[in-house]
Design a protein around this ligand. Structure first.
Ligand SMILES: NC(=O)c1ccc[n+]([C@@H]2O[C@H](COP(=O)([O-])OP(=O)(O)OC[C@H]3O[C@@H](n4cnc5c(N)ncnc54)[C@H](O)[C@@H]3O)[C@@H](O)[C@H]2O)c1
Length: 350
């Protein structure tokens, strides 16, 4: 049974991790995994947010958390932006916390991934990188379609991950490019379904809002070459609608899958058919983040190997870094953000 410390109370820490943990704790299906004692929270920039929920107890520092928790019986959720990871991991390690779930992407640059993996190795950290799409029942279903071969061999994966993300992009600079927001989820799925890959192409466009330009935060596209298949991921953060769609092309058919698009409905959909044949349509529950937490708390507790998923997570960062390098081009001159948009550097046309 594990206590929990959540660091970073933003959209991910409070809106996703705590929301899902609260649901899992209330359901009571895993009394062996989740200690009902209050969850500790640490976020110096959001001191009042945690006070709202009665099962949360804010702490002022990692050292403060250490006085209240036994690291051997605690899982830490590190939900800060990727640019604020390594320092906290060092602090947690120094305080004795070793079982840590880190939000994706593990980092936004190769060097920091290397440092994180090195720290994990030398300090024997039990590190898990959040990968709900890999714990998703839709991904498992797609993997079965590929393995069982009823539609032939997999040749292409087409991913569309779109959503309007204007206000959050203006308000915070935690993600350097559109490659760092949505593609980390789907890239792992592509590697899972079609094996390792090399980058075959990448493009990145700015976000335009009136005369405001946010460099690199519009549309990201990357193409991967696997041994026997090509993947194409397109993520548009200026799209008017939300979509998380994956289309698989096989030698004898195709499949179109939709991951749940929002936290208020955890159902996935899958349609597939052999070429010229009737279509099968499946709709099923897919509460991926909850499944991920249950699997991971169990794995952190029972000593299961976490290295394979850590390797996959770092491969995702490497390929995203390749994509960023390949798409880099001289952008408009950066200027300081206007008042009201304190978090990010933007530039203005004209
Ligand atoms: N927003 C989402 O829907 C979503 C979904 C999945 C994953 N993620 C990932 O989660 C991570 C965080 O994203 P977010 O959207 O929650 O960001 P956010 O900006 O909403 O929240 C980050 C929080 O971390 C806090 N923080 C920053 N530095 C800190 C420090 N040193 N100590 C303690 N707290 C600190 C900030 O005060 C802020 O409250 C990112 O890596 C993101 O990719 C986000």
């Amino acid at each position: 049974m594990e206590r929990t410390l959540i660091i970073g109370l933003g959209r991910a820490g409070l809106g996703l991790h705590w929301a899902v943990l609260r649901r899992l704790r209330a359901a009571g299906n895993h009394p062996d995994l989740f200690d009902p004692a209050p969850v500790l929270t640490l976020d110096p920039l959001a001191p009042t947010a945690a006070a709202r929920a009665e099962e949360l107890r804010p702490v002022s520092s990692v050292a403060h958390a250490r006085t209240l928790l036994d690291p051997e019986r605690t899982v830490v959720h590190l939900c800060t932006p990727p640019v604020a990871r390594l320092g906290l991991l060092r602090e947690l390690t120094a305080a004795g916390f070793r079982r840590i779930i880190v939000e994706k992407p593990l980092s936004v640059e190769r060097r920091a991934v290397h440092d994180i993996l090195e720290l994990a190795r030398t300090e024997r950290l039990r590190l898990a990188v959040v990968a709900p799409w890999l714990a998703s029942s839709l991904t498992a279903r797609l993997a079965r379609l590929v393995e069982e071969g009823e539609l032939g061999e997999l040749r292409s994966i087409d991913v569309r991950q779109s959503k309007p993300r204007m206000s959050r992009t203006l308000a915070d600079g935690g993600h350097p490019t559109a490659f760092d927001v949505e593609p980390p989820h789907s890239l792992g799925v592509c590697l899972r379904l079609a094996g390792d890959a090399v980058l075959a192409g990448a493009e990145l466009a700015d976000m335009h809002i009136g005369d405001t330009v946010v460099p690199g935060m519009g549309r990201a596209e990357l193409v991967l070459r696997h041994q026997q298949a090509i993947s194409r991921i397109v993520s548009d953060l200026t799209a008017p609608v939300r979509e998380r769609r994956v289309q698989l092309g096989f030698t004898d058919g195709r499949a179109v899958a939709h991951y749940p698009g929002a936290e208020d409905d955890h159902y996935a959909q899958l349609r597939f058919s052999r070429t010229g044949g009737p279509e099968t349509w499946e709709v099923f529950p897919d509460d991926a983040l909850a499944a991920y937490f249950v699997d991971t708390y169990r794995a952190l507790g029972d000593g299961s190997a976490l290295e394979p998923q850590l390797r996959l997570a770092s491969r995702v960062v490497e390929l995203l870094a390749d994509a960023k390098e390949a798409s880099r081009q001289p952008g408009p001159r950066d200027v300081l953000p206007p008042a009201g948009h304190p978090g990010r550097r933007v530039s203005h046309a004209g």
